[in-house]
Design a protein around this ligand. Sequence first.
Ligand code: BDP
Length: 337
Amino acid sequence: MQRKLLWIVLLSSLILIPGENLLTAQQSKLILRCADVHALGYPTIEGVLYMARMVKEKTNGRIEIVVYPEGSLGSEASVVEMLRLGALDMGRVSLSQVAEVNPELGVLILPYIYNDEAHKWRILEGSIGDDLLKSLAKYDLIGLCFQEAGHRSFYNSKRPIYRPEDLRGLKIRVQPNQIMFRLVEYFGASPVPIDYNEVYPALAAGVIDGAENNIPSYLTSGHYKVARYYSFDKHTSIPEILLISKKNWLKLALSDREILMKAAKESVPYQRLLWSEFEVKSREELEKSGCKFNEVDEAAFRVGLENFYQQNAREFESVINKIKKLNSGLDKNPRTY
Ligand code: BDP
């Protein structure tokens, strides 16, 4: 059934009614299909729907963005591939998935790279973030904007984690991303790369002992039902990213591209607001359901991390320096929050 839906969507990607040359088709109706692994109501999707409302208004209903939720168009890896081929118009995915295609993005998923949320957004919305979004064009992708996704921490079915050594012997699902694989291995667990939508059955069957993610995903994926211990080590803070297929983007009129880009950027503060509310509500709900949360000895997670950086982040050295300078206020145009 899912496969059938996938083919219908792919065959109808970037639908123009009636079928005219896109560049001259200012009057034609255009439907852009956007994939997401989350369910309707999740902040990533609500952010895209906010953008969709703005685009619809600015184009008098001519351009519509339709979201396909819950991974109905496939894994994030296949969504990125379809975008590159022009078989799908838009996708909201985790940045770690795109870093597999363009390793330059890997810098944004390094452990404890951001000092706090404001620092993170200075990076994402400043020249570093802009350059990284633009660098995606080499890979047939257009980066529209980043979205908030909080911190990722470990959770599992066996015990609370206080220090990295507590992870020893645990099989922990990681996103299919090299840095994440090496990081979880570095902390002492056995990393198991699995696509997001397949994590729940693997946890339930005991094939893996745990995973790592933010609080909202821990709740909405249902993982909390089978992995009851959530430990706030906050090892990474991987942003989400909203992409559009470059092949399809180039078919759009310049004025439409501007409308889409502007609406994407303007949806970000809204998405961030929704995120912070959703995070609080998710935690309350999880606590009510009896999940066991614990704070960790964060210093123990940070000890020796320079070795991890030495081994895995040498190629990011100049960007990391920029990130550090930005934080110390030496950037010429620091953003104020
Ligand atoms: C969630 C992201 C989603 C990823 C998922 C994962 O929103 O895009 O697919 O993590 O762990 O937080 O794969």
